[in-house]
Design a protein around this ligand. Sequence first.
Ligand code: ADP
Ligand code: 5GP
Length: 189
Amino acid sequence: MSRPRLFIISGPSGSGKGTLLSDLLQRHPDVFYSISATTRAPREGLEQDGVHYYFLTHEKFEQMISENAFIEYKRYCGNIYGTPRKPVEDALNAGRSVILEIETQGMQDAYAQYPDAVTVFISPPSLELLGQRLRGRKSEAEDVVLRRLRQAEEELTHKGDYQYTVINDDLAEAREELNRIYLAETADL
Ligand code: ADP
Ligand code: 5GP
């Protein structure tokens, strides 16, 4: 038996969160990945509603905010992103570990409500490599890439607020490191 925990994962866009988390979820299929809601448009051909995000209109998002339906929400690069409360509560009550993939301010708000959470920052080896990976992903136009790189500089200053940092340089090593953190933090006392 393992001890269920709430994991809060942050890191700049392109740092490899999606890549590393899909590996972790494959290894531990019982872990619940919290699907965030967002007002941003899906990445064409890559993202599906209800799988990567719940893609909502601004009106629907604001309605849910007024109903207190989010653990936290943040405005980021012109859109709103939020963590729906009920699925997270249901999974924790069912004894499952939960992963929130959210930005640094959202981490602070969520952590204040779940002080037993484990916080992990996924860092790129350098801003240069981050730029290369974002461009290599070909999912954003150049102006969006530049905006996300500027945002990344700010986000990297919050690294020290996290219990763990995983530097995603060699992918296989980063996967192992994240898995070790997961195993250590869910081990029975
Ligand atoms: P995020 O979810 O943090 O925005 P992704 O997981 O989409 O980041 O990774 C961004 C891009 O970088 C993807 O194209 C991914 O395949 C690539 N990538 C991720 N980790 C590595 C790595 N360690 N080395 C090289 N490329 C990587
Ligand atoms: P992207 O547009 O690249 O999918 O996500 C942009 C940023 O929003 C990333 O830093 C991601 O972690 C963050 N994000 C995604 N979902 C949420 C959420 O529910 N809450 C918060 N605060 N940030 C989120």
